[in-house]
Design a protein around this ligand. Structure first.
Ligand code: BMA
Length: 802
């Protein structure tokens, strides 16, 4: 018989927090001071209207968290384990300081045997203002360039907590991760890293182990996978145990196969019994980056189990400013929204955090690949102490923590710092000071090579593969495309022939229900106070206006503005994605900016801060579908491009017709092709079909099975639209309501916004264009009884020509 000689006890209860003139209010652990103050009714919700500004004092205050607990220590080792403290803290047990911390991205373990008492114990954690610490470091080391006027590069705390061009400045403090007492004896697992290689039909799992010991002496380690076990008896602190799985079921990304996972269990024993147990689900798969130079430059192609994968990605930001609100079920909902939009990849952006176990476990289970940035973004980061040591410690901890997850396919050094150093005038203002190069080019790749050698590392997003090249060179590695949003227009996407786009995006306001929950302006206008406060991008409103002016009829009122800006966002992303996918295999990835939001805001997100899908989400689902039919301009005219990202060949017969806006066919062509899995086929259009007579009154439509592509020869604002005319039928079927719309005239980008009538209402489709005579049925779920007239008229039912 073996008995467990290790035990863990969470310390989540009885906490209070005090600071400024706030005394001993109940505190949630894990949690943060903002949500505690909110729960105590001491502040207004900072997500609503302009409340954010009223709570700025919280970040300038020192906070003390306190609890008491009962203990009955024996002779065993007892550690206080803090999985995450935010951020600059001193930890006192019974008035003895047991540790100090200054990095939210790592965990701490303090041996508390000396301070722990039998009976009642008092645990006190004092958090210094993050600003006081960061500003002191900034003064001491000298300021460094930063895209934002906040000192986040002088503290190891998630950058976007200090505000971003989509996020509020709400600088948190608190016990943001689990905290508890770990009692153990002799030895425990400090790190366990399973490293998988697959060769000749067999998978080998090398389990690399380091031990933390209280007592030296022989111990036995056993590692078991799929009924195979390897045992080693060791006296030191390190071991590697290899287990071979013959005929393994591989883990595949979504769309490429199953997400097979195996239980890996590692146990540590001595002659008295079990000392520690570590178990995880792992996946057997290989991953590499193909970056070998070719005649077009150098690619950035992700290869999983020897299959090149086109990355249909979204950028991921923290799903809430307050991390404690990001529950597993919320992550599950958000990742499901990604998968249902035909996304296969999430890039965890470097202004946030190393994502959680729940996040990665869900990604493993769903087959969503993940690229994890190290948390550095848009600023020069000092390499002086204490930062260098903190960063090495956090990197080692997180690389080992996340290494078991098959979904994690690449580590990336930072977000835009190499680019910033090159192009944003940093070199001059740095004057020879460090800026982070030592992290991205030396420290981090060394940590990954040492701790997680099976996984690729890329120095930055964007990065071109070598320091000699401009980091944002389209022909090499990864690039970000931001001129489209900042200065140009989305039609500029087609001027790029990128190998891999790791960021590109376009803004729009959140859904109506979200906007209305958060902003009470009356009347609402793009620049009314609440709207302006929930638009953090520099010149955001003007940029949205510029986008509309290029493409769409001028908005007559706020309802028009809301519908049209959302439509413009959806169009911009479809335009970019379809272009990038049509370039396959030259281009092998498109990661749109950004899937989610962290509060209600006008932003680049597809899913807004309340979790509602913007029209962009539906556009992503279409543009990221396995089978994509798109009409693209090529050197000698228009072409139909069919992209097949499925595992089956696609035999298609397409009918392409040029039509008047009345629907009348003016010319027609039929084309056939078979598109192999993982290929794109370009079919030039015969001149009769493509030769337009009146650009403002004709269009192309291509149909192949259930795939359809449109081509308009002019911008919507210049098209001679007939006035929208349709029949609409509303049917209530208990749980859902359907709205069937039959077009009497062409209806361009028909979109239903039932959340205007009931915030809970969800819709299954958006942005449908119908020719006269055609119909579509929208299905609304989760809603209460909705008024049929409201449901079938403006501003709930919209199209461009209404
Ligand atoms: C890039 C991102 C983010 C930012 C986005 C939109 O810079 O990496 O920092 O939010 O563009 O401006």
């Amino acid at each position: 018989m073996t008995s467990a000689m290790t035990s863990y006890r969470a310390l989540h209860d009885g906490w209070t927090v005090s600071g400024a003139d706030v005394r001993d209010i109940p505190a949630m652990v894990p949690g943060c001071v903002h949500t505690d103050l909110l729960a105590a009714g001491l502040i207004e919700d900072p997500y609503l209207d302009e409340n954010e500004a009223k709570v700025a004092w919280i970040a300038r205050t020192d906070w003390v968290y306190e609890t008491t607990f009962h203990a009955d220590p024996g002779g065993d080792r007892v550690d206080l384990v803090c999985a995450g403290l935010d951020t600059v803290a001193s930890v006192m047990l019974n008035d003895v300081e047991v540790g100090r911390t200054a990095n939210m991205h790592r965990g701490y373990r303090f041996d508390v045997r000396e301070a722990l008492r039998s009976g009642e114990n008092r645990l006190r954690i004092r958090f210094d203002s993050a600003y006081s610490y960061a500003e002191a470091q900034q003064q001491r080391l000298g300021d460094r360039p930063n895209a934002y006027p906040e000192p986040f590069n002088f503290i190891r705390k998630m950058a976007c907590n200090f505000g971003w061009d989509w996020g509020p400045t709400l600088v948190t403090a608190g016990i943001w991760q689990d905290i508890g007492l770990h009692t153990w004896r002799v030895a425990r697992f400090a790190t366990v890293v399973p490293q998988v290689t697959v060769e000749d039909g067999a998978a080998r799992v090398d389990v690399r182990i380091t031990l933390d010991r209280d007592v030296e002496g022989p111990v036995t380690i056993a590692a078991a996978v799929a009924g195979r076990e390897t045992i080693a008896r060791i006296t030191g602190h390190e071991a590697v145990l290899s287990v071979t799985v013959t005929d393994p079921e591989l883990w595949w990304p979504i769309g490429y196969g199953d997400q097979a996972r195996y239980d890996l269990e590692v146990t540590l024993t001595d002659s008295y019994g079990t000392l520690d147990v570590w178990s995880r689900k792992i996946g057997l798969r290989t991953v590499r980056l193909d970056t070998a130079p070719d005649p077009d430059g150098s690619p950035y192609t992700l290869v999983v189990n020897d299959v090149p994968v086109f990355v249909r990605g979204v950028n991921w930001i923290p799903d809430d400013v307050f991390a404690n609100r990001v529950t597993r079920s919320r992550l599950e909902q958000r990742l499901t929204q990604a998968a249902e939009a035909n996304v296969n990849y999430l890039r965890v952006w470097g202004g946030g955090r190393y994502e959680s176990e729940d996040f990665y476990d869900l990604a493993d289970a769903m087959g969503l690949m993940v690229g994890q940035d190290f948390p550095f973004a848009c600023a020069a980061y000092p390499e002086e102490e204490p930062f260098r040591s903190e960063i090495e410690a956090e990197a080692r901890e997180n690389v080992t923590r996340l290494s078991p997850h098959p979904s994690l396919v690449v580590w990336t050094g930072n977000n835009e710092n190499i680019w910033g150093h090159e192009d944003w005038g940093w070199k001059e203002s740095l004057n020879g000071q460090s800026w982070g190069a030592g992290y991205y080019f030396a420290l981090l790749p060394r940590v990954v090579a040492e701790e997680d050698p099976g996984r690729p590392y890329w120095p930055g997003s964007p990065y071109s593969g070598t320091p000699e090249l401009h980091p944002n060179d389209p022909a090499h590695g990864t690039m970000h495309i931001w001129d489209v949003w900042n200065t140009d227009d989305y039609t500029k996407y087609r001027e790029y022939r990128p190998r891999f786009v790791a960021e590109f995006g376009y803004q729009a306001p959140p859904t109506w229900a979200t906007l209305r929950r958060a902003i009470s302006d009356d009347p609402l206008a793009p620049d009314s106070p609440g709207m302006a406060h929930h638009q953090k991008a520099s010149d955001g409103d003007a940029k949205l206006r510029r986008g509309l002016e290029h493409h769409l009829p001028p908005p007559r009122d706020f309802d028009d503005w809301h519908y049209l800006t959302q439509l413009d966002q959806a169009r911009a992303l479809s335009y970019g994605i379809e272009h990038f996918r049509s370039l396959r295999p030259l281009c092998m990835g498109a990661i749109m900016w950004q899937l989610n939001d962290c509060w209600p805001v006008t932003s680049w997100a597809a899913v807004d801060g309340d979790g509602r899908k913007k029209p962009l989400w539906y556009a992503l689902r279409r543009s990221f579908a396995d089978r994509l039919l798109t009409i693209q301009p090529r050197e000698d005219g228009l072409a139909l491009v069919a992209v097949n990202d499925s595992r089956e060949p696609w035999a298609l017969t397409a009918t392409v017709s040029r039509r008047a806006l009345s629907g009348l066919a003016l010319d027609q062509d039929r084309m056939r092709a078979t598109v192999a899995p993982g290929a794109a086929v370009t079919l030039p259009l015969r001149s009769g079909v493509a030769d337009v007579r009146d650009r403002t009154a004709e269009l192309l439509v291509a149909d192949a099975g259930d795939q359809r592509a449109w081509w308009f020869f002019a911008e919507d604002k210049d098209i001679a639209w007939p006035r929208a005319a349709y029949d609409a039928r509303v049917k209530s079927n208990g749980d859902s309501t359907t709205v069937t719309v039959t077009a009497q005239q062409i209806l361009r980008d028909l979109t239903l916004h039932p959340d205007r009538l009931d915030p809970d209402a969800e819709i299954d489709e958006a942005g449908v264009t119908l020719l006269p005579g055609e119909s579509t049925t929208f299905t609304i779920t989760r809603a209460k009884e909705l008024d049929p007239t409201a449901l079938t008229t403006r501003p709930v039912l919209r199209c461009v020509n209404d």
